[in-house]
Design a protein around this ligand. Structure first.
Ligand code: ATP
Ligand code: MG
Length: 143
């Protein structure tokens, strides 16, 4: 799933000389909706690349416990100010309207991620610091 996600975003990442690093155990099994989860991963990786500086690194890390799989997408990009975090997952919400218009997109990506996580009985979290970067993590319970 992560490989196919990377395949979709790789051209965009290479264009900005962004290296996508993946840390993931070899075998994880979980009952998931593959195309939906791929869409969620693509949206998060797309953001990580889009809102990062050229010549940087994006890291995808998967961590498993007995009850939860957590997949995090970490960038060292522009970051997000605290006051925006509570509204980030609303439809059409964008932090910087003029920049967003230039970069394209609709402001739906994260709203879709939130719904896909919920469809798996999971949820999404974010931590971010302006100028330092962001980490978005999808938490999926293992049935
Ligand atoms: P779309 O995903 O529909 O193409 P979008 O990327 O603007 O458009 P979302 O993915 O929903 O929309 O993200 C909402 C807003 O959150 C973005 O416009 C951007 O301001 C901010 N954002 C999202 N991810 C990041 C990130 N990794 N770093 C910095 N800002 C981010
Ligand atoms: Mg997006």
């Amino acid at each position: 799933l992560l490989r196919s996600t990377m395949g979709i975003i790789v051209a965009k990442a290479e264009e900005k000389h962004i290296l996508v690093e993946v840390v993931c155990p070899d075998e994880i099994s979980a009952d998931i909706n593959l195309p939906l989860l791929e869409q969620a991963f693509v949206n998060l990786l797309d953001n990580a690349v889009k809102y990062s500086n050229p010549d940087s690194r994006v890291r995808i890390r998967t961590v498993c416990s007995d009850t939860v799989i957590s997949i995090s997408f970490q960038d060292t990009g522009i970051g997000i100010a605290k006051e925006h975090l509570p509204r980030l997952f609303e439809r059409f919400y964008r932090v910087d309207k003029s920049r967003s218009r230039k970069q394209g997109g609709t402001g739906l990506g994260l709203a879709i991620v939130k719904h896909i996580a919920a469809a798996h009985n999971g949820y999404i979290t974010v931590s971010s610091e302006i100028g330092k970067g962001s980490v978005f993590t999808i938490h999926l319970p293992i049935a």
